[in-house]
Design a protein around this ligand. Structure first.
Ligand SMILES: Cc1ncc(COP(=O)(O)O)c(C=O)c1O
Ligand SMILES: N[C@@H](CCOP(=O)(O)O)C(=O)O
Length: 452
């Protein structure tokens, strides 16, 4: 299968090259040239274990990797999850389910795609005899998951930009206390949006990217989004059929990668009725899906820090389909959004989406309410998704992080701080981070000096 850029000016690539490249050289994002039609196939996958289902799905795209190799890459990727079902679907009542996505090594949903991506990189390094330097931006969880996916992998170095002082203390420790010499946590003076903008500029510099064999680990990398499709399918296959007809996946949303994965699966013929885009107080996507207007505002730090994002990079993939796969029109709209920070969509098909927004004042209240009502503890990001579940629907809430990563907010909500042994040891380890301005020059100088 070949992968094309949303902006239409880059050469189509095979799976492995598209994964290694990350961001397309024309600034666009890679998408499969054609999406497979799973409408006659998905039901046959019922009963498969998580890794086996992932293999069946990813092999439709990774056609340049031999089936045996791919099966082994996928098997290895889910071996460090600490739940037998990998992504358990928990019924809170007959119309409310939680899809727990926090049983991976860093206790957040990012591990699902990142473990796979880490093993794909390792395979590529071995096969091509080349090193890879991975560059990513994080508002908290992507960075930790990427670092733990690449920790100590031969032939790789990983550089993670994060907004200094704006990730939770434990998220910062997950990135800075590894002791690994192929890991560089770069604390940026600015917001996640500043870090992501710098990163896109750096990936746009083809000469620099090629010279340093850079690859992107954010959900601009298509492998991230494809791997995330799998848990929607896994949950879907477990839902009772009467629940499927009224199902709405409720997705805590920031960079739009998670919910986009579910929506792509729907486009592939899995008949998911709809999705709810659940934002925190950084509500650009809530406003977009309720009014059709895209208007960038100032990022406000929140109790759900991983969702403190305004410019959601995966929106461009959604836009591509919204605009009838017209890459010229995508270029025009993206240029207008970048220039004016505002765009009004006239023909915007929002029929598969609802949206909610959650303020900081509401987050502890919701955590306490969910705890009282269901005896179930959610983290601050998942709490945003519980803001308003539609009573006429069956809600499948994606629990994107473990509450143990945010003990301060949970303590405020319920009067007790949850603990996790893997996180507790981090408190005793030294923090190693490098403070940098959010300038392209400072970042590229650092990468060049430390690349492998
Ligand atoms: C815990 C958590 N929830 C939700 C999100 C938002 O996901 P996305 O950026 O894919 O919309 C993130 C960050 O991506 C996160 O780390
Ligand atoms: N919320 C993310 C931000 C980056 O998102 P990504 O899915 O594009 O990697 C984070 O936790 O870092």
């Amino acid at each position: 299968m070949r992968f094309i850029s949303t902006r239409g000016l880059a050469e189509p690539l095979g799976f492995s090259d598209a994964v290694a490249t990350g961001l397309a050289p024309d600034g666009g994002l890679f998408l499969p040239e054609t999406l497979p039609d799973l409408s006659a196939q998905w039901a046959q996958w019922a009963g498969l274990g998580y890794a086996e289902l992932c293999y069946e799905f990813i092999k439709l795209f990774a056609t340049d990797i031999s089936p045996d190799t791919l099966r082994e890459i996928v098997r290895k990727s889910y071996q460090h999850f600490d739940h037998a079902q990998t992504a358990p679907l928990v019924a809170l009542d007959s119309s409310t389910y939680v899809l727990e996505l926090f049983h991976g090594p860093t206790l957040a949903f990012k591990d699902f795609a990142m473990q796979l991506l880490g093993n794909l990189y390792e395979h590529q390094c071995a096969q091509r005899g080349e090193s890879i330097n991975v560059l990513g931006a994080t508002s908290g969880d992507t960075g930790a998951a990427a670092i733990h996916a690449l920790l100590g992998k031969p032939g790789t170095a990983i550089f993670i930009l994060y907004p200094d002082g704006r990730v939770s203390p434990l998220q910062e420790r997950q990135m800075t206390c590894t002791g690994a010499d192929n890991v560089f946590a770069l604390a940026i003076d600015g917001s996640f949006d500043d870090a992501q903008a710098a990163l896109k500029t750096i990936f746009g510099d083809t000469a620099f990217r090629l010279k340093n064999r850079l690859s992107a680990v954010n959900s601009i990398n298509l492998a991230r989004v494809l791997a995330q499709c799998v848990y929607y399918l896994y949950a879907w296959l477990q839902l009772p059929s009467e629940a499927r007809e009224r199902a709405e996946f409720v997705v805590p949303t920031g960079n739009f990668g998670n919910v986009l994965a579910g929506w792509l699966l729907r486009r592939m013929g899995v008949p998911i009725p709809g999705f709810k885009v659940a934002t925190n107080q950084n509500d650009i996507l809530y406003r977009l899906f309720t009014t059709g207007e895209y208007r960038v505002a100032e990022v406000q730090p929140s109790l759900a820090p991983s969702m403190d994002i305004q410019v959601a990079s995966n929106f461009e993939r959604f836009l591509y389909y919204q605009l009838g796969s017209d890459a010229a029109k995508v270029r025009e709209v993206m240029a207008a959004c970048a220039k004016d920070g505002v765009y009004r969509f006239e023909d915007f098909d929002r029929s598969a989406f609802s949206a909610s927004r959650c303020t900081d004042a509401e987050i502890p209240e919701i955590i306490a309410r969910v705890r009282r009502r269901y005896g179930y503890l959610v983290d601050p990001h998942t709490a945003c998704a519980f803001k308003e579940l539609s009573p006429e629907k069956v809600s499948v809430v994606l629990a994107t992080a473990s509450p143990t990563k945010f003990p301060e907010t949970i303590g405020e909500a319920i009067g007790a701080e949850p603990k996790h042994p893997r996180l507790e040891v981090l408190g005793k380890l030294p923090i190693v981070k490098h403070r940098l301005p959010a300038s392209v020059k400072a970042i590229t100088d650092f990468v060049e000096a430390h690349a492998v």
